[in-house]
Each structure stands twice: as structure tokens, then as C-alpha cells.
Write a new protein. Structure first.
Lengths: 330, 247
């Protein structure tokens, strides 16, 4: 087949071209050794083979703390004006693309979130193939989520095969035409193949609350919240309202929450639906590996491995999947 | 609209919490339009308790008989009594040597000179009176103080935080000092709300905001042991800001 190919020596030119379409962000290794999605300044390069940034790209769509409503005594509650300039995200691996696909289903579904929608519309996604490491589990869990991007770069020996998967991708492809070459060759497989599948019915089965594993997990959890903060699909948020000093205004904010926190399932009277951490782990597991509500049967784990990497005590929920199967089949 | 009538008092402490409020220079004129700081000895004279208060904000712990009287008086006169800062909430550094012989401690500091007044082991406010809300920190964050006052103007108490320093540290996409640099950081055990101020500057959390609810001490000590930090080292560090809490 004919492949649109960009050679390694043309990558710098590619970055330059992409900047014409918006601010370019890609994984950047900081001086303190943290890999983060950040603005790629002129002359800076990004290691596209690096596996996982500390925070996933969700940080561009949902900020850790952000105003969702402004109140004033004169005008009542009003949506903030969301100015989202075009942003090109380069270097997204299939798991992160699937993560964005999940967030899209949540925030652009039946009742689109205007802030999310504005930011999402401003994003151009450029995926890159990768080689899973020991923390990755995309290859073990077949996901119904789709690893969709505008452009995708598939790593070859001396460059990348470039494919478009959207109108915006076509436009970008047209804009970089002169630094591409046509090559005859086979398109290698990439991790996108683990996504976009129909999942089995068994994901709908309920979980046994009496399993000792829930308590074992709870005993090891420090409650630091890193697992959900670094998860590409954890979107739970808390809503708070702060009055203004003038006594006539207020802001309502949402901030990232974690289902293992004490207050996550707590209601106004102080009563909690999930009092102890063991129950909260069961809830977390359900959401990550079974899905619930309108997305029942759609696991939200995309196998990026971040939660396992950042957990101070190395908690891993994956072995539970096998254990639960054992229990179910006696 | 009637102004919020507030009393601000300092007991045994460094006055840093009250100073943090006075440092909100840009916001003070606006605050004065909403709030009558009726009793605030550190900033206003004369300082006389008079009538009732919508809220009393109290910094420091209690260690002298006249502080007991003042605190009880403030409690009687106020709808809300709010503990301001770690000393008021947990005892703080003033309570560090509560386990030791007070007469000996007195002699170490003042020699054989008689003291002007009697003192006792410093205690957090809640050991004596009912505390309606607490803003922890050494000192509390400026934003927290302003939010507290703005909320009180609307009749609301602050929402208590239940997550540790780590949460905000990871939100800021920091590397983890404890797990990735093997530095003794108390982040997992300590109440957040500071925006991970210290770890963001590569300084480990010293625990100034006091313990987070549901802290997992056993597992934390286990993790520290793996990093080569003994139980005593960890407990001593943890003890610094909330010695009155049994660990």
C-alpha cells in the first residue's frame, strides 16, 4: 500500500507547520524529571516515544479547579465566557485518545457541558503509536472506547506513517503535503487495535460486596487521590460556591474529586452512602471496569497505567478482574 | 445591610494568623464595607468586648487563666466561634513540650525569676469551648481567610477539607518527593488546602495544617520504613504541629 510518510529529519518542519493551526502542546520532560503536556516552544523537541505524562490530556478539558457559574445580585447566575484558542495536542497515545473519547461521551452526551464543549472544539488531536510497557494494560483489556484522533503518526524505522481520520486531519495533511513523501509499504499494527470493540455481556454482572479484597485494598490506600487525578477518564468533581467580598456576588466552582475521599458520597446531613474505604473501592472498581448509569457495560479504564505508577503503595486493581471471574464461576 | 460584627483575638501564638489577615491589603477596604471589626486588639484600639458578635475568630491555644476567661467571654457573645490557624485547632508548636515538667521548662526559659502569671499546658480551643469551624494552617492561606470572611457575611461557615496535601500536589503535576525522591514528606497524612505550597518548591510537607481525616498511619509508616525512615523519626515530625493529638 501507499503510505504518507514523514521522515525523522522533517519532524522539526512538521512542528513548525502545526504551529500555524494553533498553540502546539506535546509531552515535555521538565528539569525536575516530570513528563508533562506543555507548550512546545520554538526549537524545543518532544520525545514522541515517551510513554506517559504525569497528568493526562484531560487537564486541557477539565481544569483541577474552575469557575462554572458567576453570580451577581443584579444578573443572577451566568455562565462564564469560555475563550478557548485553537490548541494542537501532539503525542497522544491510543489510551489517551480513548480517554478523551470517554470524556466526550460524558460531557458532550445528552446535556453538553458548555465549558467542556468549547475547549473540546478548540482541540486538534494528533496521536502517536507506542510500545506498551509493564504498567500498560491496553493489550489485556479490550475496550469499547474509540482511540480517535485527527491525525495519527505511526512509528516506522526512520519516521512516521501519517494518516488522517477527520476533516481537520485532512486539512492538516494538505498543509504538510510538501514535507511528506509517498512510500510503498505495510502499515504496522498499533495500540489503537485494542480499542473500539464490542464488549461482552458479563461486564454487566454485579460485584460481590463480601470479597475480602475490597478491605485489603482499603488497608493499603493512603487516600492521597493521585489515582483519580492522574486518570484520563476520572471526571468526578465536587461543586463549591464561594461568596465575593462585596456581599453581592459569588462564584460556583467545580474541582476534581476522588471516589476514595470521605466526602465523595457524603450528603447534607453528614450521612454517607459509602462510609468506609472498602465500599469506595468496590465503587471505584465498578466505575473503572464495569461502567454504570448510561454507560453501563462501558469500562472507563483505558489501560494507561498511570494509577499504578503514581500510587504510593502500588495498588493495582487489575488482578481483581480475574479474581471476580473465579468467584463468578465458582 | 447591617455589617457583620466580628471579634478577632489572639491567645498563645505568634500572631501570624492575624497578621495574614492584615496582609490582605488590597482587600481590606472592601472588607471594611461589609464587616465591622469591633474587637481586634492587634489592629484596633481601644479593645473592649461589647455586645454580641456574629463571629469570633480566635488565633492561638490556651495556656493562661486570663485566656480561658477571654475565650469563654468570646464564646458567650458570639454566634460562631472559629479556630484560626493550627495552634487554635491542634495546639500547634506551643504545645510541643506538653508531656514535660512545666516547672523545669519554666526555669530553662526564665531562670529563677518569678513569672507574672500562672501558665498551664497549652491546649487547642476545642478542649474548652465549642468550636463551630476551623481554618487550619501555619498560617492559614490568605484566600482561605478571605473566603471565610466573605462566607460569614452571607451567614455561611467554611466547607471543611477532607483530602491531603498530595491531592493538590498531584493536581499541580508535581513529582512526588516521598516516592520519587525518597524525601520524608508528610503530604499523605496532612490536610490539604494550601495548594501544596511547600512540595511545589521541592520542600517536603512538614504537616503545618494538621492531620487529614481517615489518615492511614499504618501503611504510611510501612512506606516510610521501606524508604529508611524509622517510626520515631516520622512520629516526631508529625508531632510538631499537632502534639495534642494522640497518634
Amino acid at each position: 500500500m501507499v503510505i504518507q510518510f514523514i521522515a525523522d529529519h522533517n519532524l522539526e518542519a512538521l512542528l513548525e507547520r502545526l504551529r500555524r493551526y494553533g498553540e502546539l502542546h506535546a509531552p515535555v520532560l521538565s528539569d525536575d524529571g516530570v513528563l508533562r503536556f506543555a507548550a512546545l516552544t520554538q526549537g524545543e523537541t518532544s520525545d514522541l516515544s515517551a510513554l506517559r505524562t504525569l497528568l493526562p490530556p484531560k487537564k486541557y478539558l477539565l481544569h483541577p479547579q474552575e469557575t462554572i457559574l458567576n453570580y451577581s445580585a443584579d444578573t443572577g447566575y451566568q455562565l462564564p465566557v469560555e475563550v478557548a484558542p485553537p490548541l494542537i495536542l501532539l503525542g497522544l497515545h491510543p489510551c489517551d485518545l480513548a480517554g478523551i473519547n470517554y470524556l466526550d461521551r460524558i460531557f458532550l452526551g445528552d446535556e453538553p457541558d458548555p465549558i467542556y464543549a468549547a475547549r473540546r472544539a478548540a482541540l486538534t488531536l494528533i496521536g502517536v503509536s507506542c510500545i506498551p510497557d509493564k504498567f500498560c494494560s491496553c493489550q489485556q483489556m479490550i475496550s469499547p472506547l474509540k482511540a480517535l484522533s485527527d491525525l495519527f503518526l505511526n512509528s516506522l524505522d526512520d519516521g512516521f506513517a501519517v494518516t488522517s481520520a477527520s476533516l481537520r486531519g485532512d486539512e492538516l495533511l494538505e498543509g504538510i503535503k510538501d514535507i511528506l513523501e509517498e512510500r510503498e509499504g505495510e502499515m504496522p499494527e498499533d495500540s489503537r487495535r485494542f480499542f473500539g470493540h464490542v464488549v461482552s455481556e458479563q461486564l454487566r454482572h454485579e460485584l460481590d460486596l463480601t470479597l475480602p479484597e475490597w478491605q485489603e485494598l482499603a488497608d493499603r490506600c493512603l487516600g492521597c487521590g493521585a489515582c483519580s487525578i492522574c486518570c484520563p477518564t476520572c471526571y468526578c468533581f465536587d461543586v463549591l460556591e464561594f461568596s465575593g467580598l462585596d456581599g453581592r456576588s459569588a462564584v460556583r466552582v467545580r474541582q476534581w474529586d476522588n471516589c476514595l475521599f470521605k466526602s465523595h458520597a457524603q450528603v447534607a446531613s453528614g450521612m454517607s452512602f459509602r462510609k468506609d474505604r472498602a465500599e469506595r473501592f468496590r465503587y471505584r472498581y465498578r466505575h473503572k471496569y464495569r461502567g454504570f448509569g448510561a454507560l453501563q457495560g462501558v469500562p472507563s479504564c483505558v489501560g494507561c497505567g498511570r494509577c499504578r505508577v503514581v500510587c504510593p503503595t502500588g495498588i493495582d486493581l487489575r488482578p481483581l478482574t480475574e479474581r471476580l471471574e473465579e468467584v463468578r464461576h465458582g | 445591610m447591617r455589617k457583620l460584627r466580628v471579634a478577632i483575638a489572639g491567645l498563645t501564638a505568634c500572631s501570624g494568623c492575624q497578621l495574614s489577615l492584615l496582609n490582605c491589603e488590597d482587600e481590606l477596604p472592601g472588607l471594611l464595607e461589609q464587616i465591622e471589626f469591633h474587637y481586634f486588639p492587634m489592629a484596633l484600639s481601644p479593645a473592649l468586648l461589647e455586645g454580641e458578635y456574629d463571629a469570633a475568630l480566635v488565633e492561638g491555644c490556651i495556656s493562661m487563666p486570663h485566656e480561658v476567661e477571654l475565650l469563654q467571654e468570646l464564646r458567650r457573645r458570639s454566634r460562631y466561634l472559629i479556630a484560626l490557624g493550627t495552634c487554635a485547632v491542634w495546639g500547634g508548636v506551643a504545645a510541643l513540650r506538653n508531656g514535660e515538667d512545666r516547672e523545669l521548662l519554666r526555669q530553662q526559659v526564665y531562670g529563677l525569676n518569678p513569672l507574672a502569671c500562672e501558665t498551664f499546658n497549652p491546649q487547642p480551643l476545642q478542649s474548652l469551648v465549642q468550636v463551630d469551624a476551623a481554618v487550619s494552617g501555619c498560617p492559614p492561606e490568605k484566600d482561605e481567610l478571605l473566603r471565610l470572611l466573605a462566607g460569614l457575611v452571607r451567614g455561611a461557615l467554611p466547607v471543611s477539607i477532607d483530602y491531603p496535601v498530595c491531592t493538590e500536589c498531584r493536581m499541580r503535576e508535581n513529582l512526588c518527593l516521598l516516592t520519587e525522591r525518597d524525601i520524608l514528606c508528610l503530604g499523605p497524612l496532612v490536610l490539604g488546602g494550601c495548594g501544596a505550597r511547600c512540595p511545589s518548591m521541592l520542600v517536603p510537607c512538614e504537616g503545618c495544617r494538621g492531620p487529614v481525616p481517615e489518615s492511614n498511619m499504618k501503611e504510611y509508616l510501612e512506606l516510610c520504613a521501606q524508604k529508611g525512615f524509622g517510626r520515631l523519626t516520622v512520629l516526631e515530625r508529625l508531632h510538631r504541629f499537632c502534639p495534642e493529638r494522640k497518634i
